[in-house]
Design a binder for this molecule. Structure first.
Ligand SMILES: [Zn+2]
Length: 293
């Protein structure tokens, strides 16, 4: 499959080295060399692979740290939100979510990757909110807004959205984004684990990444690479769960045509609608290999 991998070489080691090389020239040479040494050591020890795509990523934050920073925000959000009173639709979200989560777990277990989600505790919520949106917090906390459902004609179409969100969580895109932000903000200090209060820093970076503090449900958009990867993995997960991935093309066209003002997480502007739809068409033959497996 063709997930954009340009520039990804050996777990961002090159990126990290360039980052350090670009640091202010006034930093003494020796400090630079020591910093570089720590970077290489830490990046090597933090190197992970994304399930299904095998893409190398750097995760500097442990699952426990990511969860403790995101769960507080998730719980606050759930407390402040109003759950839908539409029983049938709530059941639809739970039904599709649980099926996709179960199929994902079976696949990861069969491939010796069950540790990837051992900290997960899946939750599926339908929230009374007219926005066309859905999101997933780390650890498998999925939120769908009522406003999305009039645009969803079947369980298969809902599976396109939930599969995409489950994929962001399984691929640990939030952790990767936090790690990139930590590197950008703290450079060699965080990489060398030299910060005196790392958990406070993680907390702070986490709240920027999830963006749930000021305006609930609005997360920082993922990168194009993460979006494409979530599209691909989401299609595979929904297919493994027995849903029909062919509906994805029309569903995206329908969503694209009905787009208004705000952009839902799963319809991020990266990539553009046309690119996304043509990419999905390209993924489908590969995705279908996972049918009934
Ligand atoms: Zn997304």
């Amino acid at each position: 499959m063709q997930i954009e991998q340009k520039g990804v070489k050996g777990c961002y080691i090159n990126e990290s080295i360039i980052f350090l090389q670009n640091q202010n020239n006034s930093i003494k040479r020796m400090k630079k060399i020591i910093g570089l040494y720590f970077v290489i050591l830490l990046v090597l020890s933090s190197c992970a692979s994304v399930p299904l795509t095998g893409r190398k990523q750097v995760l500097l934050v442990s699952d426990q740290e990511v969860l403790s920073s995101s769960l507080t925000q998730y719980n606050d959000y759930i407390k402040s939100a109003t759950k839908s009173t539409d029983k049938a639709k709530t059941e639809m979200v739970t039904r599709v979510g649980k099926k996709i989560a179960a199929a994902t777990e079976v696949y990861l277990k069969a491939n010796g990757m069950e540790d990837e989600i051992k900290e997960f505790a899946w939750e599926f919520n339908l929230i009374k909110d007219p926005q066309v949106n859905a999101f997933c917090m780390p650890g498998g906390k999925i939120v769908v807004y009522e406003g999305l459902l009039p645009l969803v004609a079947s369980d298969d179409e809902l599976a396109v959205v939930i599969g995409h969100e489950v994929a962001h969580a399984v691929a640990k895109h939030s952790n990767e984004r936090m790690s990139q932000q930590l590197m950008a903000q703290y450079g060699a200090a965080i990489l060398g684990q030299a910060l005196s209060n790392k958990s406070a820093v993680v907390q702070q970076v986490g709240s920027t990444v999830y963006g749930l503090g000021a305006q609930y449900g609005v997360m920082l958009p993922f990168s194009r690479k993460h979006e494409s990867e979530a599209d691909y993995m989401g299609l595979v997960f929904m297919t493994m769960a027995g849903y029909n991935p062919d509906v994805a093309v029309n569903f995206w066209k329908k969503m694209s045509a009905g787009k208004n003002g705000s952009t839902p997480e799963f319809m991020s502007t990266h990539p553009s609608d046309a690119t996304r739809i043509s990419d999905i068409e390209k993924y489908l033959p590969e995705v279908k290999k996972y049918e009934n497996k």
